[in-house]
Design a protein around this ligand. Structure first.
Ligand code: BGC
Length: 368
């Protein structure tokens, strides 16, 4: 509700959900038709996984985890990444190929949220279940489930971390900040930004936070393709346009770790002190940077958990059961509220990093 669309749409969608609630089985139950036994599919069926290009470490990890996890669960799998440049066409072709090969479930981390409606319609027509993974697919009725960390919450945590970091640096405001957001074709980018503004806007309105450049609109702050070089260039020009005459930049809202490190590189290059910079993804280099006192925060969205929960959904579908969801109101894709399974993101700063990553082999034991 808080996240996306008009009330009219939501009311319609809520009615739809109420209707389907009467006809779908709960987890563990098997849905059956009047004429026959449980509806599922073969234990070794093909499962397609279409991921975006490798714009952050979480996507690299997800591919390996899906390949190994689906194999261990007995399924055949087809795990594909969109290429680095022609991402939309690549992903569309990959999904088409999965449909042709008879995939029973297609898990999609969309490269462009709004460009997959034809492909998911074909998947549905062929009888596949479509799961949007991490990123919502918009303007289509043809997705069945959404599984992700709660991305609005991610944005709120980033906003809170920025404010905490600023207060720790200088007890009283006003503080001067800049805002960055992710790629406009990724539905998450707007959700993260709105979540962060939910926390920051009241403080901006009060004058406690000042956006030095005045660039507050998501369009002005977006970084196409989540590219590090795009963030570095924008930070370079902000430093020239707004901070060359000695004004202090206290903090930067960065939507993820890749962009956070690019922003820090730009500031260092200009010989300025590093502001409070937020992030997301717990990337190895960013966690090192946090421990070294440079980047201020990141978000822990454990990809191992997200992939494991997605595979549980696939296993439920295989037996003909309805997968568990825990949110049926928040993620409206423009056509319907998509039944979602949301995991809680965790904010990480230097203060809690060692505990947060205690069982993460990628980050190893951390010492302050
Ligand atoms: C993911 C983030 C990631 C970004 C860039 C988003 O959709 O949720 O974790 O940083 O894509 O890859």
């Amino acid at each position: 509700m808080r996240k996306y669309l008009s009330k009219t749409l939501l009311v319609g969608a809520a009615a739809l959900l109420a209707l389907s609630a009467c006809t779908t089985a709960r987890e563990g139950e098997t849905s059956s038709t009047a004429s026959g036994p449980a509806v599922g599919f073969a234990k070794d069926a093909l499962i397609g996984v279409a991921l975006p290009s490798k714009t952050s470490e979480n996507w690299v990890l997800a591919g390996d985890l899906f390949t190994n996890g689906l194999k261990a669960a007995g399924f055949a799998s087809d795990v594909q990444y969109a290429g680095a440049s022609t991402t939309v066409a690549d992903q569309q072709a990959q999904i088409n190929a999965m449909v042709t090969k008879g995939a029973k479930v297609i898990v999609i981390g969309a490269t462009d949220a709004a460009q997959l409606s034809t492909q998911v319609a074909q998947a549905k027509q062929a009888g596949a279940v479509v799961i949007a993974y991490d990123r919502l697919i918009t303007n289509t009725k043809d997705i069945d489930y959404y599984i992700a960390f709660d991305n609005f919450k991610v944005g709120q945590l980033q906003g809170q971390a920025l404010v905490e970091g600023l207060k720790a640096k200088k007890a009283t405001g006003p503080w001067t900040i800049e805002l960055f957001s992710g790629s406009p074709d990724d539905n998450n980018a707007g959700v993260f930004f709105n979540g962060a503004l939910d926390v920051l806007k009241p403080l901006i309105d009060k004058g406690d936070l000042i956006v030095g450049s005045g660039q507050k609109d998501v369009k002005q702050t977006a970084i196409q393709g989540w590219k590090a070089e795009g963030a570095q260039q924008r930070m370079d020009s902000l430093l020239t346009s707004t901070y060359s005459s000695g004004k202090t930049l206290d903090g930067v809202l960065s939507p993820n770790d890749t962009l956070a490190r690019a922003i820090i590189t730009s500031v260092k290059g200009a010989g300025k002190p590093i502001p409070v910079v937020t992030g997301q993804d717990s990337e190895v280099e960013s966690v090192k940077s946090i421990m070294a006192g440079e980047q201020y925060s990141t978000i822990n969205k454990d990809t191992r958990k997200l992939v494991a929960e997605t595979i549980k959904m696939v296993q439920a579908l295989q037996t003909g059961a309805t997968p568990t969801v825990n949110d049926t109101s928040s993620y409206n894709n423009g056509v319907k509220v998509v039944p979602s399974y949301l995991l809680p993101p965790i904010i990480v700063t230097k203060a809690n990093a060692a505990t947060a990553y205690v069982d993460d082999p990628k980050l190893g034991p951390l010492t302050k």
